[in-house]
Design a protein around this ligand. Sequence first.
Ligand SMILES: *Cc1c(COP(=O)(O)O)cnc(C)c1O
Length: 424
Amino acid sequence: MKEKRSGELFERAKLHIPGGVNSPVRAYGAVGRIPRFIESAKGARITDVDGNEYIDYVCSWGPGILGSAHPEVVGAVQKACEDGLTYGAPTEKEVELAELISELMPSMEVSRLVNSGTEAVMSAIRTARGYTGRDKIIKFRGCYHGHSDGLLVKAGSAALTTSVPDSAGVPEADTVNTLIAEFNDEVSVAELFLANPGNIAAVIVEPVPANMGVVLPKWPFLTFLRDITNQNGALLIFDEVITGFRLGLGGAQEYYKIQPDLTTLGKIVGGGMPLGAYGGRREIMNMVSPVGPVYQAGTLSGNPVAVTAGLTTLRILKRDPAIYTRLEEKARILADAAREAGEGDVSVNQLGSLMSIFFRGGGVNDYEHAVGSDTDAYAAYFGYMLDHGIYLAPSQFEAMFVSDAHTEEDIMKTCEVMRGYLQM
Ligand SMILES: *Cc1c(COP(=O)(O)O)cnc(C)c1O
């Protein structure tokens, strides 16, 4: 496999861009390979600057549910560009997008558009604090909510109640209000509520964590979170940046039939452009400026080109909800093939079009299990797949995404390559 041009670009990139990339996982550090510099992507295929073509299971980390460069989305975006790239003023399309979001996710009665998932989460937390008049939040170890200061915490294993930043440059003062619980562990949550009576503004959770690899919520963990937040006057925030419009039109909240107080969206909602959203009940969102005292703003918020990409994508999904059945079928074929070929050496989690193959036996139901995976084995698997034309996330702790553009032939070829490796 040729990688000369990618290699040259990577060297050049490292001179003027930290690590040569604009988001760390792209550097392939965890898999010891040269990152692919991409020339183009169409449907389920992604092509690098050396002319290698791959079947793409990264899908830009989630947005690409329709595959790349869907003609209808591209056409709408081209038209939007001609009408002006940005106005910094309200548009009809923003209204249509807010209406469509609240139709598909009724808990998001009122929503505000921002430019990324990070921004959506940061703003939702500010809103929850403003609404409750409380400072502390609970997050789960291994859940990712973007890179804002207060959320870059996972805490040491013995320290369920003290919070140490994961990143340099984050003052401890910015994370003291972030309490860490264990996903799928009710007791860890109940203990934090007991220890901090009347101080917890919100519990934030990825309802199906996909940033430690995909881990499924045990029944009735999410129901428990709904109940304990209600009982304590705290808000429940579903971070549906990945699951929103992926687990189904109504996201994880529809799938599990749980109404969060606030929801954050990103990835699919922008249809491949930088766009995020946060929203919830009117009474809570009335806290947000200019209606209420919680300040939040953005020069490019509601950017007309991004809104067009998102709106067109959501309309396609709504028009053809059978997409979700097709996605699930394809993911299930891949998951079954991996389970069978990997025998006891891998654990496969799959829900809808989200899946992860963990290189460890015995099943993965929480953060401890996930981090117990053999990352060297993942790196070897990743390298083999890449060399055989299958483009996967370069880390054990990311999801594998299936899109509507993957054909049966793509899936069969992927299964064959996967078997080739796993049965070696
Ligand atoms: C990707 C992601 C974010 C951050 O979104 P960005 O657009 O990368 O800022 C937040 N939460 C979850 C669950 C995510 O997967």
